[in-house]
Write a protein that binds this ligand. Structure first.
Ligand code: G6P
Ligand code: ZN
Length: 583
């Protein structure tokens, strides 16, 4: 089939600056004439020509509302820009970690490799006609475009005048597997629709010992539940957990991907993963029956994870520390050692303690997975994680929700390897976490989110906090006036990061108040919201004393919460007497 290329004139549209993870806006914003087209062309123009002309591109995402239209538009623009082939997941579905794996691992029938991807997702934000859509570009290492590229994309959106498009290219049937070939002015153009679960499963099998996990799952002592929150993880869950590992069908909750995530908020935390939380015995109302031993959830694009034990929540900060502490013994991929570990700045220091004790290279980076990518490409980091329910490793360049679940299953299988067949009691998720605290100390941790706050007010609050930092004695006077039973603030700053690989500097990455006993208060503005501003407040306290590690975390942290709210004048600036979400 032959197609022609039309040059469409356009003009710049405001506000197309990519955030922490691409461009995220309401669907109605994306549906404005030329909105998506401008951003896609700005991206093509920001890439070197060989990443476009003759290249192979992946275009897919979490399948949220508007993905089907967006894929067709991007296919037509790719064709017109001289791209050689586009790889699309069946029904546009491909999890963010699977996209990363496909870029890095997949070869086409003729040996072709992808050099990049447009990922269509707004991650954990709700989907549907009145909700969010998003798009981001990933590079040939499988990771999100670095700031040098996203800055260029943004600059291009401010000057764009035209874009080429193959308007007469018929829509490709993305529900059917196979290759459709076209002939354009610059030669052949192919669209291949495939099921990325094959590539993803292959990769997971090269990392984990599926046989030992299968054995764990086959034991009547071990029960499991996985909630995909109707996100794209559902497209992999059946294949991996049921077919490959032998879990019961009934272990899968909300595993049918939906354009609107069933009307829910596809964010795996204690607030939004309601059904799982109830099933695990952590909800306000008990669902009856004995909760499973292990539960997990994913976000819309399946890069996030939440790990739960029976009536027990594992903080993401603890999760990455526990994975790092056990990886070498429990996960074949790491058996020869860890190259290093890393966490984002607001993530608790639980990982730091493990790194120190195991003598591992350690890095603290700004929020955003892309900062881990450079370290991994340079062979400096094997395992990393963030407080925002992201955990992963250097097997790809995105965080990986299903990987995290398999990592925990591997640890559980390892800890239970001698007892799984016998009469001994199962070593549970809670046992593993409590044992970890007993060895390394516990980092009490909580995050308060104030969503959709007036952007101007949020900025004022942050400026107020920066101004306060000029006098630590003054800060301590305020702190002591609020609570006399907390340690002194020893320093305060705005986090700045110099990338050890490329030397680039990222400023204004969050405001920190550091206490003498290792406690921390961190304030940051979210980079992923689509409306107004979201203020995040992260509160952490380190406890080494084994007799004090068993407290309820909100209670243990309440003095610091009190200080954080008053120091920042949270209510005064935002008008909010309580956060939108506590995790
Ligand atoms: C995305 C990124 C994460 C990051 C998170 C922060 O999910 O992939 O790496 O931690 O956004 O979001 P925030 O809303 O706090 O900027
Ligand atoms: Zn996500």
């Amino acid at each position: 089939m032959a197609f022609k290329v039309t040059l469409v004139s356009t003009s710049p549209i405001d506000g197309q600056k990519p955030g922490t993870s691409g461009l995220r806006k309401k669907v109605k914003v994306f549906k404005q004439p030329n909105y998506l087209e401008n951003f896609v062309q700005a991206t093509f123009n920001a890439l070197t020509p060989e990443k476009v002309k003759g290249a192979t591109l992946v275009v897919s995402g979490d399948g949220r509302y508007y993905s089907k239209d967006a894929v067709q538009i991007i296919i037509k623009m790719a064709a017109a820009n001289g791209v050689r082939r586009v790889w699309v997941g069946k029904n546009t579905l491909m999890s963010t970690p699977a996209v990363s794996a496909v870029i890095r691992e997949r070869s086409g029938a003729d040996g072709s490799k992808a050099t990049g991807a447009f990922i269509l997702t707004a991650s954990h934000n709700p989907g549907g006609p009145t909700e969010d859509f998003g798009i981001k570009y990933n590079m040939e290492n499988g990771g999100p475009a670095p700031e040098s590229i996203t800055d260029k994309i943004y600059e291009n959106t401010k000057t764009i005048k035209e874009y080429p498009i193959a308007e007469d290219l018929p829509n490709v049937d993305i529900s059917a597997l196979g290759v459709t070939s076209f002939e354009g002015p610059e030669g052949k153009f192919d669209v291949e629709v495939f099921d990325s679960a094959d590539d993803y499963v292959k990769l997971m099998k090269s990392i984990f010992d599926f046989e030992s996990i299968r054995k764990l799952l086959s034991s009547p002592k071990f029960t499991f539940c996985y909630d995909a929150l109707h996100g794209v993880a559902g497209a992999y869950a059946h294949r991996i957990f049921v077919e490959e590992l032998g879990a019961q069908e009934s272990a899968l909750l909300n595993c049918v991907p939906k354009e609107d995530f069933g009307g829910g908020h596809p964010d795996p935390n204690l607030t939004y993963a309601k059904e799982l939380v109830a099933r695990m015995g952590l909800g306000k109302s008990d669902t009856g029956g004995e909760p499973p031993e292990f539960g997990a959830a994913a976000d819309g694009d399946a890069d996030r994870n939440m790990i739960l034990g029976k009536r027990f929540f594992v903080t993401p900060s603890d999760s990455v520390a526990i994975i790092a502490a056990n990886a070498i013994e429990a996960i074949p991929y790491f058996s020869s050692g860890l190259k290093g570990v890393a966490r984002s700045m607001p993530t608790s220091a639980a990982l730091d303690v493990v790194a120190k004790s195991l003598n591992l290279k350690f890095f603290e980076v700004p929020t955003g997975w892309k900062f881990f990518g450079n370290l991994m490409d340079a062979g400096m980091c094997s395992v990393c994680g963030e407080e925002s329910f992201g955990t992963g490793s250097d097997h790809i360049r995105e965080k990986d929700g299903i990987w995290a679940v398999l990592a925990w299953m591997s640890i559980l299988a390892h800890k239970n390897k001698d007892s799984i067949d016998g009469n001994t009691k199962l070593v549970t998720v809670e046992d593993i976490v409590r044992q970890h605290w007993a060895t390394y100390g516990r980092h009490y941790y909580t995050r308060y989110d104030y969503e959709n706050v007036d952007a101007g007010k949020a900025k004022e609050l942050m400026e107020h906090l920066v101004k306060l930092q000029s006098s630590i004695p003054e800060v301590n006077k305020i702190v002591k006036g609020i609570r006399s039973d907390v340690a002194n603030v020893s320093s305060a700053d705005e986090f700045e990061y110099k990338d050890p690989v490329d030397g680039s500097i990222s400023k204004h990455q969050g405001i920190r108040y550091l206490f003498e006993d290792g406690s921390r208060l961190v304030f940051r503005l979210s980079g992923t919201g689509s409306e107004g501003a979201t203020i995040r407040l992260y509160i952490e306290q380190y406890e080494k004393d084994a007799s004090k590690i068993g407290r309820e975390s909100q209670e243990a942290l309440s003095p610091l919460v009190d200080i954080a709210l008053k120091l920042s004048k949270m209510e005064e600036f935002t008008g909010r007497s309580a956060p939108t979400v506590i995790t």
